[in-house]
Design a protein around this ligand. Structure first.
Ligand code: TPP
Ligand code: MG
Length: 746
């Protein structure tokens, strides 16, 4: 029997968003397909067809050079549809990848919004003309800004799910609060939301995918992993990527998962697989994994021609499974739509797309002056001098004796404790940061607890509980990637990288994600996490892999605040500003300074804060400016004091404290006065942080200089184990003294 096409059943552009249709049971025949009514199936086809035709329109626009890039979702429409029909926009959370056009349409994004991205319009709601097309990100739908690196979305999705769970068990934490980033960060949580993350078959080769699977499994998180397996990663076939050629087989041992493997070109079968998996995740049973076999009929992107590596026969086999044709045939076979109905629907889609294309081509483009907007928070300025407070004087000890000053390690620990008490959104995790993961040992008082290899987080798990202070796996990308997801949800992760030398597995997240979320989404999302890192040498035996610096790599990353204190009081004041800040902060803690006698200070109270970008003049002077930071500060001070004692040269010693932003005004005022500048840093000399400072002095203060700008830094080599070699590599007080003397005599 042929179902009579009902015009009203066909959604038009003005209809409310299609997601959630699953509750709308068939009104006509009563027959459903895995729970989908004929009306829903018609709507499904409309979305799938729109997705395909929008790709076609973009391809045309690219050929006409009206847009600049195109990557299609062709062949992946049925999976996208199934996920869009089973998940809820603005309720669940979404970390899609570039083939998820149909998902975004099903969630309620419009073709016009997508085309605004393709032309790079000012009003592109996803990025304001900053990102390539198909890099989805719709704040109003909880579709989180997507980047281009394959796989970096996975750990963020895990962190996002952890965020939802955290707020459900700490609802008070979601409240707004004045005086810090919380004023500008709304929190939304539901309690049973699911986080969707998708990726291609090739992307399962990325380590971050496995790290994400591991943590989602271990913590039973409601994350829905969707691998859209089209058999290729550009030109590399799946059997080269995946041992045995099938990702489902490889992941099947992860506990707590619900697994599905499905023909992702079949919308009804896909819908059924998604419905089962979403129900499992939503019920809190654990994560889901859907492996959907799809096709890729349009090559990888417009820059690729798959005929170079795929013979016709193989491509024809794929074409026979095209989800658009399959769906068409299905609707006709089942009598849901006849040919006339199909034609009418398709014509309506084409007409709507034409209007959207015409509008998008007319859209205003971003103006050049907007380029720096949203690199940092427009709401909270961490350099504001209003942030500065005075340290409270310590109460005298009971016996009337002076209170012993605290080390940098003590005051960092105290600041973390104060801030955790003040802000329930803060969680701390990293390698070994907990007192003990087996908390019963703590409860039974069998052990004292560890609290970090340098003990900086000691006692925090004890005080605040294991859901706020916990150990991560030994995986740095895992730490930072999850922090990115949590911070996007409104939490304040203050995570620890145990040694700077081992920060590199997290580099993708630190370079391409954390500092970029706000800018690339045109302020649609933000990610104000704090990453504390133990850094630096002078350890006597620290050797190659426990002595590294490398701060310039991060100051060279727009969007990242970088702080590097040299003493206990500055560490406390700057860490507080870092935690309350609305931007991501890399907080570098020099290991050698953790417990030095130099720079100890009394506890300055729970609100002591120092604004970013304000240097400290350690000692004033008239003859030479020395600009430095970190562990070189005490060494430079020693050298300067000796120089004054022995030669009467008065050095003005400047401790930058904060490297991005840095205090150019203090440098300029000092060099204009002394007319001589020495820049000193612990990292190797060439291309180090001080090179930028030296260049700027040479450029902007040239008229004030009576001598060349000099640098003292480590040799261009790694730090060796034998202390003789270590000393020869790192800048010593004698090296500083020599350079200061030479420069003062120039
Ligand atoms: C980290 C990283 N390496 C390389 C690339 C370049 N690149 C973009 S897509 C892609 C292939 C992805 O294949 P797959 O995961 O199977 O997804 P598909 O495109 O097939 O849907 C590559 C190598 C990238 N974007 N990111
Ligand atoms: Mg692929």
């Amino acid at each position: 029997m042929l179902f009579i096409y009902n015009e009203n059943a066909m959604a038009t552009k003005t209809d409310p968003k299609p997601a959630g249709l699953k509750d709308d049971k068939s009104k006509s025949t009563g027959k459903t397909y895995e729970g989908l009514s004929p009306e829903q199936l018609i709507e499904a086809y409309r979305i799938m067809y729109t997705s395909r035709r929008l790709d076609d329109r973009e391809i045309l626009l690219k050929r006409q050079q009206k847009i600049f890039f195109q990557i299609s979702g062709a062949g992946h429409e049925a999976v996208g549809l199934a996920s869009g029909f089973t998940l809820k926009p603005a309720y669940d959370w979404f970390y899609p990848y570039y083939r998820d056009r149909a998902l975004c349409l099903a969630l309620g994004a419009t073709p016009y919004e997508m085309l605004l991205m393709a032309v790079g319009a000012a009003d592109d709601p996803q990025s304001g003309g900053r990102q390539m097309p198909s890099h989805w990100g719709f704040p109003k739908l909880n579709v989180v800004t997507q980047s281009s690196p394959t796989g970096s979305q996975v750990l963020q999705a895990v962190g996002c799910a952890e965020g939802g769970r955290y707020f459900a068990s700490h609802p008070q934490a979601a409240k707004k609060a004045d005086g810090d980033y919380r004023q500008f960060k709304d929190v939304k949580f539901e309690g049973d939301e699911v986080t969707y993350v998708s990726l291609g078959d090739g992307t399962t080769s990325e380590g971050e995918f496995w790290e994400g699977m591991n943590t989602a499994s271990n913590r039973k998180l409601p994350v829905l992993f969707v691998v859209q397996d089209n058999g290729y990663a550009i030109s590399v076939p799946v059997e080269v990527q995946t041992a045995g050629g099938n990702i489902s087989r490889l992941v099947s041992g992860f506990p707590n998962f619900h697994f599905e493997e499905v023909d992702g070109t079949d919308p009804v079968a896909s819908y059924a697989a998604f419905a089962r998996t979403v129900a499992y995740c939503r019920a809190g049973e654990g994560p889901g994994f859907i492996h959907a076999h799809v096709i890729r009929p349009y090559s990888h992107s417009l820059s690729d021609d798959e005929r170079l590596y795929r013979p016709d026969a193989e491509r024809e086999r794929d074409a026979a499974r095209d989800p658009i044709t399959r769906m068409q045939m299905f609707l006709i076979r089942e009598g849901i739509l006849d040919e006339k109905g199909i034609n009418k629907l398709e014509k309506q889609v084409e007409d709507d797309l034409q209007i959207a294309v015409d509008q998008a081509l007319e859209a205003a483009l971003p103006t050049p002056d907007t380029i720096m907007r949203y690199v940092y928070s427009p709401d909270l300025d961490p350099t504001s001098s209003a942030i500065q407070t005075e340290p409270v004087s310590p109460a005298p000890a009971a016996d009337g004796k002076k209170v012993a000053p605290k080390t940098m390690a003590d005051l960092i620990n105290a600041t973390l404790r104060d801030e955790m008490r003040r802000d329930e959104r803060i969680v701390i995790f990293g390698e070994d940061v907990a007192d003990a993961s087996r908390e019963q040992y703590l409860e039974e008082k069998l052990i004292k607890g560890k609290g970090g290899v340098f003990k900086l987080t000691y006692g925090l798990q004890h005080d605040f509980g294991s859901d706020r202070v916990f150990n991560s796996p030994l995986a740095e990308a895992n730490i930072v990637g999850r922090a990115v997801g949590m911070a996007t949800r409104g939490m304040k992760p203050v995570v620890e990288i145990q040694f700077f030398d081992y920060i590199w597995p997290a580099m993708m997240q630190l370079r391409n994600e954390l500092p970029l979320i706000r800018w690339r989404s045109n302020n649609g999302f933000s990610c104000p996490a704090v990453v504390r890192v133990a850094i630096g040498g002078y350890l006597t035996g620290g050797a190659i892999y426990h002595s590294q610096c490398g701060e310039s790599i991060f100051t060279h990353t727009p969007g990242m605040r970088v702080v590097f204190p040299s003493n206990a009081l500055d560490a406390a004041g700057l860490l507080r500003t870092a935690i309350r800040c609305d931007d991501p902060v890399l907080f570098l803690e020099h290991k050698r300074l953790y417990r030095e006698t130099f720079g100890r200070a009394p506890y300055p109270g729970p609100d002591y804060a120092i604004p970013f970008g304000k240097a400290k003049v350690v000692q004033p002077g008239t003859d030479l400016s020395v600009i430095t930071y970190g562990a070189v500060v005490p060494r430079a001070l020693q050298a300067a004091q000796k120089l004054e004692r022995e030669h009467g040269v008065k050095v003005e010693l400047i401790d930058l404290r904060c490297l991005n932003p840095f205090d150019w005004e203090t440098i300029a005022a000092s060099v204009s006065k002394t007319n001589r500048a020495l820049v000193a840093y612990e990292d190797s000399l060439s291309w180090g942080y001080g090179a930028e400072i030296a260049a700027r002095i040479a450029d902007e203060l040239f008229d004030h200089l009576d001598a060349p700008v000099r640098r003292v830094a480590a040799k261009d080599v790694f730090v060796a184990y034998q202390p003789i070699l270590e000393d020869a590599t790192l800048p010593q007080a004698e090296d500083l003294l020599r350079a200061m003397k030479e420069l003062s005599e120039y």
